[in-house]
Design a protein around this ligand. Structure first.
Ligand SMILES: Cc1cc2nc3c(=O)[nH]c(=O)nc-3n(C[C@H](O)[C@H](O)[C@H](O)COP(=O)(O)OP(=O)(O)OC[C@H]3O[C@@H](n4cnc5c(N)ncnc54)[C@H](O)[C@@H]3O)c2cc1C
Length: 384
């Protein structure tokens, strides 16, 4: 049943039910098959999960940041592979167009992104361009009413199933930094665009990444986001706050779910004649996980509310992404420890969670890049 924004409680409880009844039971199969069943994708579409942030006038739910993180706390409880499928549609795959797109771009793409009919991918990283994202080497050469793109994008989430890509390419070879970069909407199937072989990953099976290769790929000039050259990086930065908060919320939800599993296992496993949950060294691990998950939830909610109130939350969003992604790693690690040998065995979800959460510290800005940004911007703000 489709959901409507005016009843947030109905949305979060429907997502919670969907996660408990459909997603969590399917996790082991998704990991084994390295694919998400089409019926589950259909269920995610019906719930509106692809259009959480797309404005209502374009067919999405148009959630505020606070509302979005409340939904992400729930969706994040399931394997990150599910979130990954919808995340680019909710985040940078749609937000660049929502915030800076021309009216025609919004009308053409957002309704199909919101329903999940069109999967959006965000293509920034390249073989030689990772953390130093402003150093984009992919070129876009203007020829009349088209741009000709050449270059390779690496590790692009959902590339094999994407219908549309937001591609960062250098339009001004004379400007080596971020100001020479523009954002393009490139449709899958455009001649000159090809997709590499999906990578074999450590975890998050069921979500796929691959190279996106541009070889004399001709893109209509009207597909430059906002219609103006040199604004691509600026657009990307504006939507990153939202993306980082979304990831932090998903990490929080997953940590809470993993903690439940730690408690359940500790209550059921007996050693020395008692449930291991009765031992204070086990309780200490549970206490640390509980405390950190609560801190993460509070940070994310506070920052989301500040963003909705119109405040610049660039530093806070990075703090949330840094803390929550590191926190869920510690929670997953303690969960393995509480499971003992079983935590190392693939029959138990603990082993899969441990691998799945590792990525959160790497993509959409590594922990080091978040620290650099938080430190630099905090010092700058104090100097003002
Ligand atoms: C599964 C997966 C999905 C992804 N999805 C996408 C996607 O959809 N779209 C996309 O564009 N990209 C995507 N990425 C790419 C991801 O965002 C990058 O991998 C990430 O930003 C890091 O870049 P890098 O791998 O080149 O590492 P590098 O930048 O080479 O960094 C290597 C190490 O050096 C550290 N480092 C770098 N610079 C500094 C510095 N100045 N000071 C201190 N330490 C530093 C980093 O923190 C890291 O520890 C994905 C990656 C993966 C693995």
């Amino acid at each position: 049943m489709p959901l409507y924004k005016n009843d947030l409680e109905a949305i979060t409880s429907a997502v919670r039910r969907f996660v408990d009844e459909r997603l969590i039971p399917a996790e082991a199969h998704v990991a084994e098959a390295d694919a998400i069943d089409p019926a589950i994708v259909e269920g995610m579409r019906d719930l509106g999960l692809f259009g959480l942030s797309v404005p209502e006038e374009f067919g999405g739910l148009g959630l505020t940041m606070e509302e979005e993180v409340l939904v992400m706390f729930e969706l994040g409880r399931a394997s990150p592979a599910f979130r990954s499928l919808a995340a680019t549609n909710v985040g940078i795959g749609s937000q660049g167009i929502s915030i800076d797109g021309t009216p025609d771009q919004k009308t053409k793409y957002l309704p199909r992104i919101a329903t999940g009919e069109l999967i959006g991918s965000f293509a920034l990283t390249e073989p030689n361009v990772g953390s130093d994202a402003g150093a984009v080497q992919t070129r876009a050469r203007r020829e009349g009413d088209v741009y000709v793109l050449n270059g390779t994008k690496r590790f692009i989430t959902n590339a094999p199933r994407a219908g549309v890509f937001t591609v960062m390419a250098r339009t001004d070879a004379g400007k080596p930094g971020a100001s020479g970069v523009s954002a393009f909407i490139v449709e899958a199937g455009t001649p000159g665009l090809s997709i590499g072989k999906p990578e074999v990953k450590m975890g998050q099976k069921g979500s796929h990444v691959a190279d996106v290769i541009f070889d004399e790929c001709r893109v209509p000039a009207e597909n430059i986001i906002g219609g103006i050259e040199g604004r691509g990086f600026h657009t990307a930065m504006k939507v990153l706050d939202r993306g980082r908060l979304g990831i932090a919320a998903a990490c929080t939800g997953f940590a809470e779910r993993i903690l439940d599993e730690s408690v359940d296992y500790a209550a059921g496993r007996k050693q020395f004649g008692k449930a291991i949950a009765e031992y204070q060294l086990i309780q200490a691990m549970i206490a640390d996980s509980r405390t950190e998950a609560l801190a993460s939830r509070a940070m994310v909610l506070e920052t989301a509310r500040a963003k909705d109130a119109g405040r610049d939350v660039g530093i806070e969003a990075s703090c949330c992404k840094l803390f929550a992604s590191e926190m869920v790693g510690r929670v997953a690690d303690r969960n393995v420890q509480i499971h003992g040998g079983a935590g190392y065995i693939a029959d138990y979800p603990a082993e899969r969670h441990y691998r799945d959460v590792r990525l959160y510290r790497i993509y959409e800005g590594t922990s080091e890049i978040q620290r650099l940004k938080i430190g630099r911007d905090t010092i700058r703000a104090r100097a003002r």
